[in-house]
Design a protein around this ligand. Structure first.
Ligand SMILES: [Ca+2]
Length: 180
């Protein structure tokens, strides 16, 4: 009787050790994904966001939405259109777009001047930095150039993904940021 109990205990222990090893193996398999040039981690942000240089972003090239609908789409994932307030972050996002083969689309980000023409703000009301290095250049003219007919910022596929003012009614892809 006593030896049967001992046997059952040992069997249970062996199973627990095995489960622990399997779980550890899974954790290792889903660890950080190493990519050249851009710091991308898939294990720190909730799905579908990925960590790009410390920010939880979702670069969605399937969406074809106007700017308002793009915001609503991001809010459905507990986020909003990205506040792209660091030039380095723009560089990392463009690297990511190239690495993932997502270069066929332009992408909405979270800036607009709809409330007051010429006063560009992010969705939280903070000011968008104007000029170099984020806004694109056409010939000798720097964006934004659309006046009252173009009030929302997108990363323009035809201009190396620099900032461009588009009509907010354009249907484009989008980049969401998770609200931490
Ligand atoms: Ca405008």
């Amino acid at each position: 009787m006593e030896s049967e109990l001992w046997y059952a205990t040992m069997t249970l222990s062996a199973v627990l050790v095995l489960l622990a090893v399997v779980a550890w193996g899974d954790a290792t398999a889903t660890g950080p994904r190493k990519e050249a040039g851009v710091h991308v981690r898939n294990d720190v942000c909730p799905h579908p966001f990925v960590d790009i240089n410390g920010r939880c972003l979702f670069v969605d090239n399937f969406a074809h939405l106007n700017w308002d609908a793009a915001r609503t789409f991001c809010q459905g994932f507990q986020g909003d259109l990205v506040t792209l307030d660091e030039a380095n972050l723009l560089g990392y996002i463009v690297d990511f777009i190239h690495q993932e083969g997502l270069t066929e689309r332009s992408y909405w980000i979270g800036g607009s001047d709809r409330t007051s023409e010429g006063t560009w703000v992010w969705t939280d009301g903070s000011s968008v930095r104007m000029g170099t290095p984020t806004w694109g250049v056409d010939g000798e003219t720097q964006q934004p150039t659309g006046g009252t007919s173009e009030n929302c910022i997108g990363l323009h596929k035809d201009n190396f993904f620099f900032f461009n003012d588009f009509s907010c009614n354009n249907e484009m892809s989008l980049i969401c940021e998770f609200n931490m």
